[in-house]
Design a binder for this molecule. Structure first.
Ligand SMILES: C[S@@+](CC[C@H](N)C(=O)[O-])C[C@H]1O[C@@H](n2cnc3c(N)ncnc32)[C@H](O)[C@@H]1O
Length: 262
């Protein structure tokens, strides 16, 4: 439940006007400087994708970052490996913000890229991946809950790798919707696709600018049990130390890296 909502009433994803999400305020709250928790996440995802593509060389066709918001670093983690990365997002304000970052993203993101550059695949793109980023990313207005559904040709669209950071649990108070969100993400991935998903642990909801947004209260066991249905090799890790928090109202983060089952 969001603070302030009536006892017992869930705040569902469709109850929220996501166009009120203020991308600049969100960046100021979370990404203006590189926080140690994000550095830990970036390092683990870099190693997961780097390892996958060392064993399976060659570019994959497409990647997707679901609920991208204004955060560019999940797309950075897929940049060396993809010809095209869909930045899939429901808020028109965030889609417009992402479009504005394509020509040349803000310098605040350079330290995030520097963490990735410690691995060869990323280092090959050099110190400034702006041109590559602009050519590769495609912001797209879309709803997480529509992923995995058959399109006009009767086939569901699928991507060869994917990321979803702080989305399924951070867009609803309903555990059913949380589970459905994870399932939709997983069903948008091709068999064998490498992925990374991050979750706020036991979040109470969050504020962006003057607006409150809902979150569902999920823990490591819930995430593990759910993801195991889609990815046998997944082994979620806890990120962040109690007391060292940059975002209020949660107890840490959970990062899950793995491969979609065949
Ligand atoms: C907590 S933010 C996470 C943003 C970003 N991924 C990050 O790592 O910081 C949740 C994001 O999910 C988006 N969102 C909300 N409902 C959605 C839906 N039904 N489908 C896709 N995105 C949605 C929001 O607009 C927002 O950008």
């Amino acid at each position: 439940m969001t603070p302030g909502s009536p006892a017992g009433a869930d705040k569902l994803n469709a109850d929220v006007d996501w166009d009120n999400f203020d991308p600049q305020a969100y960046i100021r709250n979370n990404y203006l400087v590189l926080h140690p928790d994000d550095e830990e996440i970036l390092s683990a995802v870099r190693d997961h994708f780097g390892d996958h593509f060392r064993r399976n060389p060659g570019p994959v066709a497409t990647g997707i970052d679901v609920g991208a918001g204004p955060n560019l670093y999940p797309a950075f983690t897929m940049l060396p490996w993809c010809d095209e990365i869909t930045l899939y997002e429901w808020s028109a304000a965030n889609v417009a913000h992402l479009e504005g970052q394509r020509a040349s993203f803000d310098p605040d993101w350079d330290p995030f890229w520097d963490v990735l550059r410690k691995e060869d695949g990323y280092a090959r793109l050099g110190a400034d991946p702006r041109a590559r980023f602009g050519q590769t990313v495609r912001p797209r207005h879309g709803n997480l809950y529509d992923l995995g559904e058959p399109g006009p040709n009767g086939e569901a669209e699928r991507w060869a790798m994917g990321t979803m950071f702080f989305v399924a649990e951070s867009i609803t108070t309903s555990l059913d919707e949380f589970r459905r969100g994870v399932s939709c993400f997983m069903n948008a991935l091709e068999p064998g696709a490498p992925f990374a998903a991050a979750f706020m642990e036991h979040s109470l909801g969050y504020q962006v600018g003057v607006h409150d947004f809902p979150a569902s209260d999920v823990g490591e066991q819930e995430v593990r049990n759910l993801l195991k249905q889609y990815a046998g090799d997944v082994d979620p890790i806890h990120i962040g130390k109690p007391g060292g928090l940059v975002r209020e109202g949660y107890t840490g983060m959970i990062l899950a890296c793995g491969h979609r089952n065949d």
